[in-house]
Design a protein around this ligand. Sequence first.
Ligand code: LIP
Length: 285
Amino acid sequence: MVVTGDMAEIQSWALFAEFVAKEAGETIRTAMKAEKNITLKSSVVDLVTETDKAVEAFIIDSLKGRYPDHKFIGEESDAAGQKAELTDAPTWIIDPIDGTTNFVHSFPYVSVSVGLAVQKELVAGIIYHVMADEMYTAIKGGGAFCNGNAIKVSQATEMAGSLVVTEVGSGRDPSRMDAFYKNLEAVLGTNAHGIRAMGSAALNMCMIARGSGDVCYEYGIHCWDMAAGYVIIREAGGFCCDPTGGSFNMMARRVIGGATESICKQLSGILTHIELEHDGRASAS
Ligand code: LIP
């Protein structure tokens, strides 16, 4: 099979991924009500459940069955030792449950996040907001949608008066926490209207894409938390960059995503940045 990855082909791949994400969501919805089998990953606040693993296996098996030449980066596969590797091949970047802590506590803000990179470029994003039954989708050059309706970012150009979304993250080391507190203070000092931290980076990016928040930022996340959200924000008319103001790098484990370049750059200018070990072995734009 020759893989070209043109727009029509990407569209058909994304449509199938949407179907798979919805099926995965059904499993998560059912599991939300049942007892959870929890284990720890990198820290005492970095959780994984049997459902995360089962859903990731289901998504990868489904996509691999249909597209045997494609490659996969998955949160739980990575945790099991299969390190993220981005090549030129069509690569699906999967977070089976983004918001595992929410899932564990039955807090209804969890998503299935599936991004697609072709020749190392992010070209499609699918995020299913499981408990709200909202399917966010975008293909590069084709706009962004929620349940088939076009979505757009807000017009916010400055921090004053904005609604900002961030997360504490799943690490508690002192240097990271110190930067986290400094950043909260800096954001509040701009007269932003408020800060929200709901527990799913992927859904936070959808909130920005639909104009329900103006800018989001996070340090310590991974490529599977932000790959799909990047495409959705961009296609909704928004902007994404590295928190330092440089180009977005999905392997760099940090991001700013916002309504406009102006608000992103303003936020970048007041944040205390932290360096994190990158995901995988290659970098992507
Ligand atoms: C989580 C993110 C959340 C972030 C956590 C974690 P998970 O993803 O969506 O925003 O703060 O560090 O990465 O682990 O639930 O898939």
